[in-house]
Design a protein around this ligand. Structure first.
Ligand code: ZN
Length: 194
């Protein structure tokens, strides 16, 4: 079973969301085949964040992609979750430490028909290397025929989407890590409008 996060990025009913303070961005990664951008811009230099409220969960969503981890979640995940390339240390104004993981990108073979993908009309073909093609306007769910991933990855075909497996979910549940809402990708509908 493959899951993604269901958390709304800027919902802070219970737990805060985060925003970087004066971030400095480097470059984004490009596909070697089609030249398209395959990642968001790299957040470089000193990293400070502000939270939208005092109650901060073990996971924090918002504009720090893909998410921030509390120190406790970081220590649990660092040693047991595969697919994370490294962690960037982030501070808030009281100098508490949080961690922003850099996660490997995996390109899946997606059944776009079963998934109900609707792409913008364009001559752009779906790239065989990065899986990115014309803008995706909608999908009903994500049906993956084949993917080589470890415990967690960024879905290269939809680079804003993080996938994870039972190992991570089990770790979250066993340790009662907070502010994680998961959904199976076969039930995950496109979060933006048509
Ligand atoms: Zn490409």
């Amino acid at each position: 079973m493959i899951y993604t996060f269901k958390n709304m990025l800027f919902n802070d009913k219970v737990y805060a969301y985060s925003d970087p303070i004066d971030p400095v961005y480097g470059s984004a990664e490009k596909c070697r085949v089609c030249g398209g951008f395959t990642s968001s811009l790299e957040w470089i230099g000193e990293k400070y964040v502000k939270f939208s409220k005092k109650t901060v969960g073990d996971f924090t969503f918002g504009s720090c992609f893909p998410f921030l981890l509390s120190e406790r979640a970081f220590l649990l995940i660092r040693d047991s979750v595969k697919g994370i390339l490294g962690f960037r240390e982030v501070h808030d104004k009281t100098n508490r430490r949080f961690y922003c993981p850099k996660i490997e990108t995996c390109v899946a073979r997606i059944d776009e028909e079963k998934s109900g993908f609707i792409r913008a009309k364009s001559d752009l073909a779906v790239c065989s290397s990065c899986g990115i093609g014309a803008t995706i306007k909608h999908y009903d769910k994500i049906v993956i025929d084949e993917i080589q991933m470890q415990d967690i990855c960024i879905l290269g075909n939809l680079p804003g989407t993080t996938l994870f497996n039972e190992n991570l979910l089990q770790l979250v549940r066993d340790n009662k890590l907070t502010n994680v809402e998961e959904i199976e990708i076969t039930k995950y509908k496109c979060p933006w409008g048509q």
